[in-house]
Design a protein around this ligand. Sequence first.
Ligand code: GCO
Ligand code: ZN
Length: 301
Amino acid sequence: MTMSSIKIECVLRENCHCGESPLWEEASNSLLFVDIPAKKVCRWDSLSKQVQRVTVDAPVSSVALRQLGGYVATVGTKFCALNWEDQSTVVLATVDKEKKNNRFNDGKVDPAGRYFAGTMAEETAPAVLERRQGSLYSLFPDHHVEKYFDQVDISNGLDWSLDHKIFYYIDSLSYSVDAFDYDLQTGKISNRRSVYKLEKEEQIPDGMCIDVEGKLWVACYNGGRVIHLDPETGKRLQTVKLPVDKTTSCCFGGKDYSEMYVTCARDGLDSKGLLQQPEAGGIFKITGLGVKGIPPYAYTG
Ligand SMILES: O=C(O)[C@H](O)[C@@H](O)[C@H](O)[C@H](O)CO
Ligand SMILES: [Zn+2]
């Protein structure tokens, strides 16, 4: 047994209004992430420490790898392909056409290469919005879209079990981490149940990722922490606190996916909060967790 020595470091003071969707790209030793209201997709090179930023034409809520090269991203209510070299986007599909106040929120690619992402009504303040306006969708490799369900408040964290038989999902305002049976062949989900209910001080569940042991890591918005959950027992295994309150999402990256990267928001903090949390909106790296993550899947369309 080695003693755990967790280290938390702000590796990039980016001042994101709402940083989200951290994604490790092994090929470039980089962390991608978005700043949703700033309409920016960013790529931080962990070796040179340089950041490249691409501005798109609407709030961008998630970014994912694309097998053909470049990336895919959810921009406004559109699934888009993003060419990093010339900074151009191509619309692959549009959702929620009759809901003018909606936008996509968190998204991630499943183990078969489908891009899952859900929507929400635009917020007037963090977590203040017209409720039940969102839906969960996935973009198949042939660019057709399937809708799973509606009545979502804030569509957020998602990931799949290591055997690909369970889909984990968070609708933030349910204060629950849910699971579905997952059919990888068809992309269908069924049998929704809760695997963890957040405690009051944990605040709002936001982004999520799975580790090599099949346990979940959930970033807690307003909770200033990531929590480590065992979805089989419904128990919290560990809490890792960060020096910022508005932690939004997490992913594993770095060498062998042994580091965790956490995004957070600046928006919603008052002037006192900003003084107390000068690194709010930055990118945090957590080392010494003693568990690794798995590489992200790439969209195959
Ligand atoms: O990051 C997200 O998922 C949302 O887009 C944000 O606006 C907040 O995190 C949300 O308000 C907290 O639930
Ligand atoms: Zn989120």
